[in-house]
Design a protein around this ligand. Structure first.
Ligand code: APR
Ligand code: PHB
Length: 389
């Protein structure tokens, strides 16, 4: 099989890129290791900033998100006994949209099916050859059989555990990483949210977040030890802890119900540079991971896909390599700002080491400053709604 662009991974980065290139008349094949149902069953974050809204608008896949998404003007921060509001719209003139990544993925999968563009599911890429000069040969395994695809360019949209980033030679590739000493225990329940907007809380027991997917479905998280055993966290224990950490006002409104999903995820910051080598371009989690505290993972993947679609379109349709040559440097400038923001939100809102009394006081001072400073709130707001790129 032959294609102008081979895309590895049918997460949001790969599907969005495929759709944007299709609209430019460029053909793509997507190879995805898992089944479509499996991809749709993964639970991920749910806040779209300007990057995702722009990308989905350009992909003409935003009808459902505009209809069913919840448009939020801000969120609350709870710090000890204090609860204050971050007014995104007043500070930036923009909103964010609460709409699950699963729904974004579903919308993009449907568009791709409508385009008649090929996605090979349960097809795992195992090797790539000639990424320096092309044409690139991608070898994959599907149902125990080997197949090969030849393409002019490859987009590695295969996530943190993918194969694409590892094709960049060791003497060129640099990685930067921070692993946090705690995890997030997340819970879904079919109850109304305890507040019309999100609540991020820093409590002495640890971080907590009240989020939602709809007026009838809530998503909650609490910080937990990295090695926490889910069996020791009954629903009741999680609800009790949420009530303590989110503060009395939220506790009073919080409805409890049996969880329909409950899991623990680690937190990590990670960047791999460069994001391009020869004919291979990286996008999304394949190139960078952020901790979920600023809700930026999906939004960074969307920004990558949008910029990469323009670069590949110029290269393939006009023979103009300038955008492609700039892709890595341009994206990394934005990526590092978002890494900084996600690291900062994480640092401000979580309990770190019990014995770091100095760090704990600095954190309280940071929250006190934020609660009283218009300038600090504006800075947070402009990062939260999405920096320009
Ligand atoms: N061959 C084919 N597919 C692969 C391979 C491989 N060797 N390795 C990984 N994949 C697939 C995975 O199965 C997965 O479906 O690549 C896909 C990558 O998708 P995501 O992990 O969703 O990554 P991305 O599209 O970059 O989306 C980023 O997802 O992880 C969240 O927080 C993150 O919200 C962000 C978003
Ligand atoms: C979520 O709803 O899953 C969510 C929202 C905001 C975050 C992280 C996750 O910062």
């Amino acid at each position: 099989m032959r294609s102008q662009v081979g895309i590895i991974g049918a997460g949001p980065a790969g599907l969005l890129l495929g759709r944007l290139l299709h609209l430019q008349g460029i053909d793509t094949i997507i190879l995805e290791r898992r089944s479509g149902d499996y991809v749709l069953s993964r639970i991920r974050a749910g806040v779209l900033d300007g990057a995702s809204v722009r990308a989905l608008d350009e992909a003409q896949c935003d009808a459902r998100l505009k209809r069913d998404g919840l448009f939020h003007d801000g969120f609350d921060i709870v710090a000890g006994n204090d609860r204050f509001h971050i007014d995104l719209t007043r500070h930036t003139g923009k909103q964010v949209i609460v709409y699950g990544q699963t729904e974004v993925t579903r919308d993009l999968m449907e568009a791709r099916a409508g385009d008649g563009a090929p996605t090979l599911y349960e097809a795992e890429v195992i090797a790539m050859e000639d990424i320096a000069d092309g044409p690139v040969r991608i070898t994959y395994e599907q149902n125990g059989q080997r197949g090969e695809i030849t393409c002019d360019y490859v987009a590695g949209c295969d996530g943190f555990h993918g194969i694409a980033a590892k094709q960049i030679p060791d003497d060129i590739r640099r990685t930067f990483e921070r692993v946090y000493p705690f995890g997030w225990l997340g819970l879904f329940a079919d109850v109304a949210p305890c507040s019309p907007e999100l609540i991020y809380a820093n409590h002495e027991n640890g971080f907590a977040l009240a989020s939602m997917r709809s007026a009838k479905r809530s998503r909650y998280y609490i910080q937990c030890p990295i090695d926490a055993d889910l069996n020791e966290w009954s629903d009741e224990r999680v609800w009790d802890e949420l009530a303590v950490r989110l503060g009395p006002e939220a506790a009073e409104r919080m409805q409890r119900a049996p969880s329909i999903e409950k899991s623990i995820a680690p937190l990590r910051s990670f960047v791999a540079e460069p994001m391009r080598h020869g004919r291979l371009f990286l996008a999304g989690d394949a190139a960078h991971i952020v901790p979920p505290t600023g809700a930026k993972g999906l939004n960074l993947a969307s920004a990558d896909a949008l910029v990469l679609s323009r670069a590949l379109t110029a290269l393939i349709k006009d023979g103009d390599p300038s955008l492609a040559d700039n892709y890595s440097a341009e994206r990394l400038r934005h990526v590092w700002k978002v890494e900084r923001f996600s690291w900062w939100m994480t640092s401000m809102l979580h309990r770190f080491h019990d014995d770091d009394a100095f760090g704990a006081r600095v954190q309280l001072a940071e929250l006190d400053y934020l609660s009283g400073s218009e300038a600090a709130q504006k800075s947070l707001a402009e990062n939260y709604v999405g920096l320009p790129f």
